[in-house]
Design a protein. Structure first.
Length: 276
C-alpha cells in the first residue's frame, strides 16, 4: 500500500494540471486491518466520494499485486463466541468450567468446516484456494490447571466469495452458539469484490498494464467498502508476500514500473490528450 501511494503521487506530479480533463481523486484510508474503518468513514462522510459514485468514476485500489490486474478478491467475515463460567479451585464444587459448554459448539463448527470444503455453494474455482477458509481460535485464559476457567473465547473468521449466502452461514454459527447458551458477536462482515473481467474497464486496464489475463486474489482490500462503485480494480507495485513481515519491503524496479503504469492510467482516464 505504501509503495502504491508513493507511485501514485509521483505519477500525478508528472502531469500538469492544465492537461486534466476529468477529476483526479486520491483517497487515502487507514485502519483497513482492524475493520476497514477509514474506508467506511469515507463512504459515510465524504462529499467527494458521493460525487465519485454519482459519476461512476473508475477506481484503482493500490494494493501490492506485482502490477497484475486483479478483478476480484474475497471478503472478510468474523465473529466472537463466549462461554461464561466461574473460577474456583477445581477440587471443589464452587467452580463452573466455561469450556464444557464450548465443546459442543466447537464440534458443530467442525461439521460446518467440513461442509464448507465440499459443498459447491461454498466453492468458487475463480479463486485459489477455492473455499472460504473457515479459521477458528480458542482460548480460556486459565492461569493454572487446578482452576476452573471462568471464560472461554472462540474467534472465527472466513473469506466469502462473490454471490455466496453469507447471511445463511452466519445464522448457522449464531444459532449453534445460542443452542449452548453462548454469547455471539459479529465483528466483521465485509463483502467480496468482483468486477466483470470481460468489461471494457478491465480490458482497458489489461492493455495499459501490458497483461493478457486478469486474476483474483485471496486477500481483501478497502474495495469491500466501495461496493457502490462499479468500476474498481486492484493493482499496485510490490508483492503481498512481502507485506506484514518484520522487514517489509518493495523492489525498486516494481516502484518505478508502478509510477509508469499509474501515469498511463491517469492520462487515459483524466487527460483529453494524449490518450494511451
Amino acid at each position: 500500500m505504501k509503495g502504491s501511494v508513493a507511485a501514485f503521487l509521483a505519477s500525478a506530479a508528472r502531469i500538469p494540471t492544465e492537461q486534466l480533463s476529468a477529476p483526479l481523486y486520491f483517497v487515502c484510508t487507514a485502519d483497513e486491518e482492524i475493520g476497514f474503518l477509514g474506508a467506511k468513514d469515507v463512504v459515510a462522510r465524504s462529499a467527494l466520494y458521493r460525487e465519485m459514485v454519482r459519476d461512476q468514476t473508475v477506481g484503482i485500489i493500490g494494493e501490492p499485486t506485482r502490477l497484475e490486474v486483479v478483478y476480484a478478491h474475497k471478503g472478510a467475515c468474523s465473529a466472537q463466541v463466549i462461554s461464561r463460567g466461574r473460577a474456583a479451585h477445581s477440587s471443589t464444587r464452587e467452580g463452573l468450567n466455561a469450556n464444557w459448554a464450548m465443546i459442543p459448539f466447537l464440534a458443530e463448527m467442525e461439521r460446518i468446516h467440513c461442509e464448507l470444503e465440499t459443498d459447491p455453494a461454498w466453492i468458487d474455482p475463480e479463486f485459489d484456494p477455492p473455499d472460504v477458509r473457515l479459521n477458528l481460535c480458542v482460548t480460556d485464559h486459565a492461569p493454572a490447571l487446578n482452576i476452573t476457567p471462568p471464560e472461554t473465547v472462540c474467534r472465527l473468521a472466513f473469506r466469502p466469495m462473490p454471490g455466496q449466502p453469507v447471511a445463511q452461514l452466519l445464522d448457522r454459527i449464531r444459532n449453534a452458539a445460542a443452542a449452548q447458551g453462548l454469547e455471539f458477536t459479529l465483528t466483521w462482515n465485509e463483502p467480496a469484490l468482483r468486477t466483470d473481467p470481460q468489461s471494457d474497464f478491465i480490458q482497458d486496464v489489461l492493455r495499459l498494464a501490458g497483461r493478457d489475463t486478469p486474476r483474483s486474489v485471496g486477500f481483501g482490500t478497502d474495495g469491500s467498502s466501495f461496493g457502490e462503485m462499479r468500476h474498481l480494480v486492484v493493482i499496485g507495485p510490490g508483492d503481498i508476500a512481502q507485506a506484514h513481515t518484520d522487514d517489509e519491503w518493495i523492489a525498486l524496479e516494481q516502484l518505478h514500473a508502478g509510477v509508469n503504469l499509474y501515469d498511463r492510467l491517469i492520462r487515459h482516464w483524466c487527460c483529453a490528450t494524449p490518450k494511451a
